[in-house]
Design a protein. Structure first.
Length: 325
C-alpha cells in the first residue's frame, strides 16, 4: 500500500475562513470469522474533528480532548494529521495551512477502531473543505496510512466501513478492492467494552503464522456463509457462520471472562457473539433492540462482579459513515 490513489477530479483552493466539524463512527472489524477482510460501522460511539483553514502553511494540532494525554500533538506522529498530509500532497496542496482539534468520544484501545474513526473524520473534513466531490472510497489509501502508523499494519477493515458506512468486504489488498455488502435491516449490535488493556500491535503478534488446512477450510466456509447470509437476509445463516477457529481461540485469552460472556449472550437470544477487532470489546448480533440491551446489561453486571469497569453501546449498522456536524 505504498502507492496512493490520487483523486480523479481537481479540488478547489480552500478559503481562510472555512471551518468544519465532522463525526466519524466506531467500527467492528473482523466480524468473528473475517480477519482483516470484514467490518461494519455502528452509530455510536465515534470521534469528532474540528478543522480550520489558516494563513500559516502546514498542519498544526491545537487540541486533543478525551484521550487523557495519550495522543501526540505533534502532526508528524498523529494519525489524523499524517493521513491528511498524504491527501494534501496528492491534490497538489502540500502547504495548505490547517489547524486540527481532535475530540475523542470513544475509548482508545477498545477494539472499536478508535484510530480509524479519528483518521476518517480528519480526511472527510479536508475532503469537504476543499469541495472534493470524488467518491469517498478514494480516501481509503490515505486512511490506511493512518492505520499503519497506529498499529503497524495498514489494514482496511476499520477505515473502509468508517468511510463508506455499512458492512464492507475487503476482497483484496493488492490491488485494493473493497465491496460494500447488504445486510438485514433489523440486525442490532450489542457492544460491551471491558476496561482492560489489549494493545492492537500485541494482539496481532500472538496470532499464528501457520494454520492447518482443515482449519482454513472451516474458516473459508464460515466467511462464505456469512456473506451469503447478508445477501439473503438469512439471520440464522449469519449466526451459524460467525465462528472463528483461527484468531478467536488465541485472542480470547486476553479478554477476562470471554467464554462466560459468550454463553450469557447466547442464552439471552444473541444470534452470534465474538471479539470486536483485536478486543477487548465484544459484540453480539441480535434480532431486536431490547435483546441487545438485555445482553449489554447482563454482561456489564458480570464484569462488575469480577471488578472490571465497562461501557456499552447498542446500535443498528450505520449505513452513512462520517457526517458533517
Amino acid at each position: 500500500m505504498e502507492d496512493l490513489i490520487l483523486p480523479d477530479k481537481k479540488v478547489s483552493q480552500a478559503k481562510d475562513s472555512k471551518t468544519i466539524q465532522v463525526f466519524a463512527p466506531a467500527t467492528v472489524a473482523n466480524v468473528v470469522c473475517g480477519f482483516d477482510v470484514l467490518g461494519f460501522a455502528v452509530n455510536e460511539p465515534g470521534d469528532e474533528v474540528v478543522m480550520r483553514v489558516t494563513d500559516k502553511p502546514g498542519i498544526t494540532i491545537s487540541k486533543i480532548t478525551g484521550d487523557n494525554g495519550r495522543l501526540p500533538l505533534d502532526p508528524a506522529k498523529n494519525t489524523v494529521s499524517v493521513s491528511v498530509r498524504h491527501y494534501l500532497e496528492s491534490v497538489g496542496q502540500p502547504h495548505l495551512g490547517l489547524d486540527i482539534e481532535l475530540h475523542k468520544k470513544m475509548p482508545i484501545g477498545s477494539g472499536l477502531g478508535s484510530s480509524s474513526a479519528s483518521t476518517v473524520a480528519g480526511l472527510f473534513a479536508i475532503k469537504t473543505l476543499l469541495g472534493d466531490d470524488n467518491d469517498v472510497a478514494k480516501l481509503l489509501p490515505f486512511a490506511m496510512k493512518g492505520e499503519e502508523m497506529a498499529c503497524g499494519h495498514g489494514h482496511a477493515d476499520n477505515v473502509a466501513p468508517a468511510l463508506m458506512g455499512g458492512f464492507v468486504l475487503i476482497r483484496s489488498y493488492e490491488p485494493l478492492d473493497v465491496v460494500r455488502l447488504p445486510h438485514p435491516a433489523g440486525l442490532y449490535c450489542a457492544i460491551v467494552f471491558p476496561d482492560v488493556d489489549v494493545p492492537t500491535r500485541e494482539a496481532r503478534q500472538i496470532i499464528r503464522n501457520k494454520i492447518n488446512m482443515k482449519d482454513a477450510v472451516t474458516q473459508w466456509g464460515n466467511v462464505a456463509g456469512l456473506v451469503s447470509g447478508l445477501f439473503m437476509n438469512d439471520i440464522d445463516l449469519i449466526g451459524r457462520s460467525m465462528k472463528d477457529v483461527l484468531v478467536e481461540p488465541v485472542r480470547s485469552m486476553l479478554i477476562p471472562g470471554f467464554y462466560q460472556m459468550r454463553d450469557m449472550a447466547m442464552e439471552l437470544g444473541a444470534v452470534s457473539f465474538g471479539i470486536s477487532g483485536s478486543g477487548p470489546s465484544v459484540f453480539a448480533f441480535t434480532r431486536d433492540e431490547q435483546t441487545a440491551h438485555n445482553i449489554t446489561k447482563k454482561l456489564q453486571a458480570f464484569l462488575t462482579g469480577i471488578k472490571i469497569n465497562s461501557n456499552s453501546y447498542v446500535s443498528t449498522i450505520n449505513d452513512k459513515g462520517p457526517r458533517v456536524l
